[in-house]
Design a protein around this ligand. Structure first.
Ligand code: 5GP
Ligand code: MN
Length: 343
């Protein structure tokens, strides 16, 4: 039996919102990952299965290795379809906000969300959500937002309500947010849920290959270059840094998602506890990805040095400025957290 984590009060609130409404928008954060895309699509499939109009709105594109997901081709992207996205948000009876804990994580969509009077239902696993939502299904103990969407759907309609398509989407997000069940997956409920998903016909090996064995040759060479030429190990701090400038990314024809997962690689080095990847998304804007192991809270570093946040062991942020500035902040973070990194 699954442990019940979502309160009956919240289940009832969602039941009422879905029952009373007809049109819904399901949203996730900027630079959507497997959990963001999987959870929004799964909930969208569910809402449609109970006769509602639903659409997924994402701030910008997702990596190509997620494009096989059922109904991925129907997602609206704010960055290139602002009018249709705003129109959908304007007429929505409720907005489902998935896999983020503060409206500003949706980038430019944020203004439209702020000015909407529709009820905002948060379904998320990041700590400390902001006070901008009406219903809070906020559970940092969940391995992924997909786990929570599984719980919401089955609380509303039982496992019978779960289709093969929903199961595929949910499995994908649970897999990507746990590094294929390597971390954030120690609760037995994760495996009970997977068992249900497999029962719906999910082919886990096929999904694994679709998502992880999907490199282009240029992506593989970019990773090789990053490992060989760009990885810097700070032995005194048990930390590592990889930087890739805009021109380096151009040189390897890098496209969206090509660096996804790269930040995890240095953690395979024995004794390493903290990994940082700085990617110059565009000249003057550095995207920051942080990963840590055990108790080292990389989200504290993200908040303090990189204007960001996230989970204890997976977080991120951004720096507006040069790569040198971003590297300098990383060095300052190492100084400040030296004791915690070496204890
Ligand atoms: P990634 O390194 O995969 O881009 O992000 C890892 C995690 O860090 C995300 O799932 C999210 O929780 C968090 N994160 C990434 N970028 C930001 C950011 O700019 N602000 C905040 N608050 N969290 C972020
Ligand atoms: Mn997530």
């Amino acid at each position: 039996m699954l442990e019940k984590i979502i309160s009956q009060e919240n289940v009832d609130a969602v039941k009422q919102i879905v029952g009373n409404g007809n049109r819904f928008v399901v949203l996730a954060h900027k630079n959507p990952d497997g959990d963001a895309v999987g959870s929004t699509l799964a909930l969208c499939h569910y809402l449609r299965s109970v006769g509602k109009e639903a659409v997924v709105v994402l701030p910008n594109a997702f990596p190509v290795f997620l494009s096989w997901m059922p109904a991925a081709d129907e997602v609206l992207f704010y960055e290139n379809d602002k009018e249709r996205c705003d129109a959908a948000i304007e007429v929505a009876d409720a907005l489902f906000c998935l896999d983020f804990n503060i409206l500003s994580r949706t980038g430019d969509v944020c203004h439209s969300l702020e000015s909407s009077s529709a009820k905002k239902v948060l379904i998320d696993h990041h700590p400390q959500p902001s006070e901008e939502f009406d219903v809070y299904i906020s559970h940092p103990e969940a391995c992924s937002t997909c786990e929570l969407v599984f719980r919401v759907i089955t609380a509303l309609g039982g496992v019978e309500a779960l289709t093969f398509e929903m199961a595929q989407c949910i499995y994908t997000g649970m897999m990507t947010d746990t590094g294929a069940f390597a971390y954030a997956s120690t609760r037995k409920d994760v495996y009970l849920i997977i068992a249900e998903l497999l029962g719906k016909g999910v082919d886990k090996d096929w999904i694994y290959r679709k998502v992880f064995y999907n490199f282009s040759v240029t992506r593989m060479r970019l990773w090789g270059y990053a490992m060989y030429d760009k990885l810097k190990v700070y032995n005194k701090y048990n930390a590592a840094l990889i930087t890739l400038s805009h021109s380096e990314l151009m040189r390897f024809y890098a496209s969206k998602g090509d660096t996804e997962g790269l930040v995890n690689q240095p953690l395979q080095i024995k004794g390493l506890r903290f990994s940082c990847f700085l990617r110059e998304e565009q000249p003057g804007k550095i995207n920051v990805s942080l990963r840590s192991v055990d108790d080292f809270p990389c989200n504290a570093v993200a908040a303090e040095f990189f204007n960001g946040g996230g989970h204890k062991n997976a977080s991120g942020g951004e720096v507006y400025g040069t790569m040198e500035m971003a590297v300098e902040r990383f060095r300052q973070a190492l100084q400040k957290y030296k004791a915690e990194l070496t204890e």
